[in-house]
Design a protein around this ligand. Structure first.
Ligand code: NDP
Length: 486
């Protein structure tokens, strides 16, 4: 694909229209593959923040007043438009993030479309229930929460904007979404498409900015709910600010997930799982299985096959569909990863692949593998958020499970084994919200996604998300005389 012109019509999308206010701090949009500035947007000023919130607040009643089927129709239409424009949207996602087109064509606008289609389809079936109590009865009404704020990380900007927007809108809420300042382009497309599909002005708004804009949104009294995708330190701040106003939250935070590979596993599949769980999107995936525990009997074979298959990674122009591994999102993130690699070496891990920035423009770190990693090393304890896989070895199941659980995070976990009973038993014992047996990192909209422990609160996707974007009103109906004590 030729490099698309990714410049947006304006920085923000408010009340159904593009809005510019160049008094806001400029934000350069940098193409990670080359380091070039390809667009510029402006951060939201307090006036823009207020305009977006006002617009979402104003749109709330009418949107909630539609039937679920009517709202769902808008989302399903938006899903169709996204799929029709997949190539264009994938190009923009690639410019925004640096992820290769071979990934963005199948994992970003398409995943957003899945969410819009799925929650659009659920729209008409969001019901309460009836509970008979003798002649009296209780019924429940599923009501929207109101104005929701979505705040996104930079790794999946289209997907995050839709994974939050689709269930919020299906349940009758309105949304103000703030993408990461590192990747401001893609969410604007989601807003444009929802509007084109018939979402009334104000139902879905996007404003730009850094953490201060996010913080202003989170603490506004008009806001009923905040859904954040980000790191644990940001999660702590946002959760605390939301607590001030007793607002609902969904927190999709970081991880340091274990991937357990037993001696009896299909080694080729296990290597494939480790590649998917460490190097897709250049390792910038929250659910990655970055602690790869390999049982001793299969360790050398696993490392041999992994090294051989890494040789097939195609690092090149992300807009060329033959490329399978792209740059990191930013200079800043690359430096963070370089620091972790240096710590891994200093603390005695054995570097078996990668580890050095490529001498070319842009932010390139090749797939990096450490062996002989031990539990106490920094690279085995902290989230790196880059293409760094750590291999740890183990003797038996109990040991592997207890070491795998020895982390404050609890986002994901995976097991590779041919022993069916062991697969289920081990997954049952691992402390994580999103798990896989004999595969890794597949997250279809039908499955709940989210973490336990410090990795988060609440779930995205699936019917479970409905509970996080609606509340139940319970109505007791008395059918007989009222018996009072006096
Ligand atoms: P950050 O936590 O740095 O930022 C997340 C978002 O929060 C950004 O939009 C950021 O703005 C904003 N923000 C920062 N400070 C505040 C604040 N005080 N109040 C409100 N908003 C604020 O995460 P990254 O963008 O660096 O993303 C990487 C992290 O996201 C990793 O830890 C990763 O694991 C996690 N993640 C979790 C996922 C999940 O589903 N569990 C999925 C993807 C990523 P800005 O950056 O513009 O300053």
């Amino acid at each position: 694909m030729r490099r698309p012109d990714a410049r947006p019509k304006a920085s923000h999308f408010i009340d159904g229209a593009h809005v510019e206010d160049d008094r806001g701090a400029p934000i350069d949009v940098i193409y990670p593959a080359t380091g070039e500035t390809v667009a510029k947007v402006h951060a939201a000023t307090p006036e823009i923040v207020n305009r977006a919130l006002e617009s979402a607040d104003r749109a709330r009643k009418d949107w909630a007043g539609l039937t679920g089927t009517e709202r769902g129709r808008v989302l399903r239409r938006a899903a169709d438009i996204m799929r029709e424009r997949n190539l264009e949207l994938s190009g923009i996602e690639t410019i925004d993030t640096g992820k290769p087109l071979s990934e963005t064509l199948v994992a970003d606008a398409t995943s957003a479309a899945d969410a819009l289609e799925y929650f659009g389809g659920l729209g008409g079936s969001l019901t309460g229930e009836h509970v008979q109590l003798g002649s009296d009865f209780v019924y429940t009404v599923r009501e929207p929460l109101g104005l929701c704020v979505g705040i996104g990380a930079w790794n999946y900007p289209t997907q995050i904007a839709a994974w939050k927007g689709a269930p919020a809108l299906a349940c009758g809420n309105t949304m103000v979404f703030k993408p990461s300042e590192t990747t401001p382009l893609s969410a604007l497309k989601v807003a444009e498409i929802l509007t084109e599909a018939g979402a009334p002005p104000g139902v879905y708004n996007v404003i730009q900015g850094a953490g201060d804009v996010g913080a202003a949104l989170v603490s506004d009294p008009r806001v009923a709910k905040v859904s954040l995708t980000g790191s644990v330190p940001t999660g702590r701040k946002v959760y605390a600010a939301a607590a001030e106003g007793i607002r609902n939250v969904t927190m999709e935070l970081g991880g340091k997930s274990p991937l357990l590979i037993f001696d009896d596993a299909d080694v080729e599949d296990a290597v494939g799982g480790a590649i998917l769980g460490n190097f897709y999107s250049s390792g910038q995936v929250c659910s990655n299985g970055t602690r790869v525990f390999v049982q001793k009997g299969v360790k050398e074979r696993f490392l041999d096959r992994l090294s051989a298959r890494l040789g097939n990674a195609a690092l090149g122009d992300p807009l060329d569909e033959a490329t399978t591994f792209g740059p990191m999102v930013s200079e800043r993130q690359l430096r963070i990863v370089e620091d972790y690699i240096a710590k891994g070496i200093a603390e005695g891990a054995r570097l078996v692949a990668g580890g050095e920035r490529l001498p070319r423009d842009g932010f390139w770190m090749p797939p990096t593998v450490f062996a002989d990693v031990t539990d106490g090393m920094t690279i085995a304890r902290e989230e790196i958020f880059g293409p760094v896989l750590s291999v740890l070895d183990f003797d038996d199941e109990d040991e592997a499970v207890s070491r795998a659980n020895d982390t404050p995070f609890g986002l994901s976990a995976g097991v590779f084994t041919r022993d069916l009973a062991r697969g289920h038993r081990v997954i049952g014992r691992l402390e994580a919200g999103s798990c896989w047996i004999n595969t890794y990192n597949l997250s279809p909209v039908e499955a709940p996604f989210g973490g336990s422990k410090m990795s988060g609160v609440g779930r995205e996707n699936s019917k479970a998300a409905v509970d996080h974007y609606s509340q139940l009103k319970s109505v007791y109906v008395g059918m007989g005389p009222v018996e009072a004590p006096f």
